[in-house]
Ligand binder design. Structure first.
Ligand code: ATP
Length: 305
């Protein structure tokens, strides 16, 4: 897989404040990588440096094999960016905006194709201020696409959208993977990262603190799996706490949960104990750590704090 984005040891300070402190990341052809982090972690600053909106203090950026700091004009033709809150004139229409933006590039996609691809047909000739939030986001994505870019940078592409509009946008982003484009996105939605991203880089205080596929991040988590249980008759809390593998338990009469470092041993002994006592299982669930658990474990905060 050819690497389309290579960032090495990127640094950026605002006065004395070090917003980005040595970020390195890579995105390959046909790959969607998510940059996840709490508020103020340095996601937007990283993205702005990589797309040439800010000059980093240190580090190197290679986009499609070109040194982006040495040849910004050349990379501009090859990349597309959707930043937070796209502002356009109230009365401009999607068709006009797409034409206008397309004129900035040597090679541009056909406006009709963009309108169709991003489902803007119904509103192609309506004024910008009459578009819904989802339509504005789709237009922003279409504008990032005007030069048919090989590499896309999306800063919270589905922020504030309802689930239906979010799903539609996910479809558009996923399509980019199939076309061999490289996508680097930031998001505040953990489920979105899990669904969309081939790999995730977790950033905190300006540094990448963990990176991997969603499954790898979960598998490496220290957070233990949890068994949730309800029985037909009461069980003494002590007996639940003393089951093999159980590290901690919250138990109340006939229901509760336990964290275990050995799911199968705990469940086998639990079922034996319940059967031997003539008790019955009403409900049994095993909850593996989620990406959200991993995120909280690594950063100490939830994604939407
Ligand atoms: P969010 O999730 O809230 O968008 P973020 O991860 O994108 O946050 P950045 O916007 O990159 O984080 O900000 C990183 C740090 O740099 C924050 O502490 C922020 O306050 C600071 N910062 C960002 N832009 C500027 C600026 N123009 N001048 C001074 N400080 C800034």
């Amino acid at each position: 897989m050819a690497l389309k984005i290579i960032v090495r040891d990127l640094k950026k300070s605002y006065g004395p404040h070090e917003a980005v402190r040595g970020v390195s990341l890579e995105v390959g052809e046909g790959e969607i990588v998510g940059l996840l982090g709490p508020n103020g972690a340095g996601k937007t600053t990283t993205l702005e440096c990589v797309i040439g909106l800010r000059r980093p203090d240190a580090g190197t950026i290679q986009l499609c094999g070109i040194d982006a700091l040495a040849e910004p004009e050349k990379v501009k033709e090859l990349i597309g960016a959707q930043l937070q809150a796209t502002a356009l004139q109230d009365k401009i229409t999607p068709r006009e905006a797409l034409r206008l933006f397309g004129a900035f590039y040597a090679k541009s996609a056909r406006v009709e194709d963009l309108i169709e691809r991003f489902s803007l047909g119904e509103k192609a000739d309506a004024s910008f201020d009459s578009l819904s939030g989802g339509q504005k986001q789709r237009l922003a994505l279409a504008l990032a696409f005007v030069n048919d870019p090989q590499v896309l940078f999306l800063d919270e592409p589905t922020s504030g959208l309802d689930p239906q509009s979010r799903r539609e946008l996910h479809g558009s982003i996923e399509k980019m993977r199939g076309e061999g484009r490289a996508v680097l996105l930031t998001t505040h939605y953990i489920e979105e990262a899990q669904q969309l991203c081939d790999r995730i880089a977790i950033i905190d205080h300006g540094r990448i603190i963990s990176t991997g596929t969603p499954d790898e991040l979960i598998a490496n988590a220290k957070t233990l799996p949890c068994i949730l249980l309800q029985t037909s008759k009461p069980i003494e809390a002590k007996r639940v706490e003393n089951l093999p593998g159980v590290q901690s338990a919250k138990w109340n009469v006939d229901r509760g949960e336990m964290k275990t470092n050995h799911v199968s041993r705990t469940v086998i002994e639990l079922v034996k104990m319940i059967g031997a006592e003539g008790n019955e299982l009403v409900d049994l669930q095993i909850r593996k750590p989620s990406l959200e658990d991993v995120f909280i474990e690594l950063t100490g905060s939830s994604l939407r704090d």
